[in-house]
Design a protein around this ligand. Sequence first.
Ligand SMILES: [Zn+2]
Length: 424
Amino acid sequence: MIFLTDIYLSGPRVLNPARGTDSVADILIRDGKVVFPAAGDVPQGCEMMDCMGLWAMPGLVDMHVHLRTPGNTGAETLESGLRAALAGGVTTVGLMPNTNPPIDNPELAGKLMRTVENLKLAAAVPVPCVTVGGAGGPLTDLEAFASLGLKAFSDDGHPVMPDRSFRAACERIAAFGGVLVEHPENTALAAGGVVNLGPVSVALGVPGLSEESEWSDAARCVALLEGTGARLHLTHLSSPESVRIASQAAAKGLSVTCDVTPHHLALSHDILQALGSAAKMNPPLRSEESRRELVSMCAHGLVGVVASDHAPHTRESKDIPLQSAAFGVTGLETLLPVTMGVLSGEGGMSPLAVVAMLSTAPASVLGIEIPDLRSETCDSLVLFDPGEEWVFQGGYSLSRNTPFLGTRLTGRVVMTLCRGRVFQ
Ligand SMILES: [Zn+2]
């Protein structure tokens, strides 16, 4: 439901990573803007909301999202996906380009941007292909995308190949301060793999995907990046070794960042036998040991960003034998509770640091405005109840292919203010 009246939020804990602040303060949403009112200054006629125990934070940025448009709108549409985003507290998504046709030309990117604008839901930033068709080889018109304000590029679904295209892309992207978002996968090593290589792949009798098939490509990218001056972001890392490669490169002065997904932080490959294709994604869920190490690496600041890799699929492409089922799980609507649960619980991180991984840090990677709960100018905000227990039964997304379906979660988005409009 959308509200356009003014709302007075009384007493939430306000987490604002842009300023490193974490304190209790009243907030007035007036004319769609965030205002920090003087004490006791409650305007007449506005709706009062008791927010004791709730957390207010900036609108979240999920930099890795598949909304299947164009080409597979039976799995998701821009409208359903952006509504799912708002339900999850996400006010900006990065649209991955592996659609059908792929987002490899500025005309399609521009058309998507206009459609998103007209929907007046969450904002969406296309992350166009690096190579034509995302197929490896000749580069797209990177500079034309940059002139539309798009700074992040990816051949997601595949690594950027061959090496000479990767290197040339880095050189051109560096010229306008952009970033190459790599889906790290050594396709020769990964070919035919279904789930993590190990006891579970053996028990299920399916070919395995090794951690090496991920980290060996991360190492390739770092080597090719050197000397180009570009920024590299390694996305959906599942192997601690990949994170080590990224952080060692950053320690050497290269501009390398990375993200992990909520499902790789919260789940291990042990659930595959119970859940089957609902837990099949690429990269796959890893061992419990790797999962724990990823959580610890987040807590130690070696991973800067969490992104959902929201990948909706129709039932027809999931409710089939594991080996032939599509890779990918949905994640927009469970992003915040799952991430907050595992990183502030097991990881021992402060809620403020977790919110940074979901808002300011991904915005900085994408090169978009940093979300900041500044009085009078900010028009996006999330209200989160950290204690509410609920069972996720599917939401606005057209697809329900998630291992968290039917799971009891702690923490729920109560309200999202997005570009001046309140969604509840
Ligand atoms: Zn990917």
